[in-house]
Design a protein around this ligand. Sequence first.
Ligand SMILES: [Zn+2]
Length: 282
Amino acid sequence: MTGRTRRWVLSRGAVVTAAAAGASSLLSTEALALPAVDMELVLLAAQVDPPKADTGLTPGASTHVIEVERALNAKGLLASGAVDGHFGTSTVSAYAAWQRSLGYSGLDANGIPGPTSLTRLGEGRFTVSRPVSTGSRTDTYGGRRVNTRTRNMLAAADGMLSWSLTLSQGSYTSSNPSSAGTHDGGGVVDISVTSLTTTQRWETVRALRTVGFAAWLRNPSQGDWPYHIHAAAVSDPDMAQAARNQTHDYYFGRNGLASHAADDTPSAYRVAFTWWEKYQRG
Ligand SMILES: [Zn+2]
C-alpha cells in the first residue's frame, strides 16, 4: 500500500478513487468491499444501550452501530453529534423514521433493525452479516402465538427438560406495539410452573436462558401474579420497548421489574448472557 492513497466517498452508489502513483491497474471489485455490519451486535446494542443513563458503548458492538448511525446521518435522520456508536434513544428514533420512510408502520417501525430495513440502509455503504429474522409472526407453541424464532427457541429449551413447557401467555398480545406491555411485540412468553417443584422451576429458567431468553421466575410477592416464568427472547427484532428494557436489565444482572433489583436467580441456574443465534453456533 506504500505510495498509494485511497479516498472512499461513502454515499449511495459509493465511489472510490484511487490516486495510485505509478499504479495503472483499476482496483478490483473485491478491493471495493464495503464494511460488514454484524446485525446480531447491532441488535444487542439496540437493547442494552437505550436505558443507560449515559452514552456508554456495548463492548464489541460500537463499530457496527456507528456504521448504521453514519448511514442515518447521511439520510438526514440523525444529528452528527449522535453518531457515537451508542444505540441510544436518538438512534432508535432515527431508525424508526428510516423504517417509516420505507413505508413501514407498527412493529415494523419500532426503531429496531430488521433484516430488510438494515439491508436497505446499507445500500452502497455496508453489507449485513449475521442477519436475525423472526420468521412468521403467526406461528404457535403449545397453542400460544409466537414467532418462528421464539418457537424454535422454546423447542430447544423444552428438549433439555424431562417435563414439558406450558405457555400461559404468548407474544403479540396487543395490536398496539407502542403501549408499555412486554408481550405486545414478539419474543415474549410466560411459562406456567404451578405443577413444577422449586428445583424444576429453576431448571426451567436455566434451560430458557441457555438458548437465549432473558428469563426470570416471578413470584407472588413481586406482583399481582402467581408463580410463573417470564421470558423474553434476546435480540428478537419484534420486541416491544418494555421487553427490550428487560433485556438491558438481564444483561446487567437485574430482574427486569420496575425495581430493577438484583436478579434473584441462584447462581447454579445462571448462564452467560447469550442469544439464540450465538447459542446455535455453539
Ligand atoms: Zn410475562
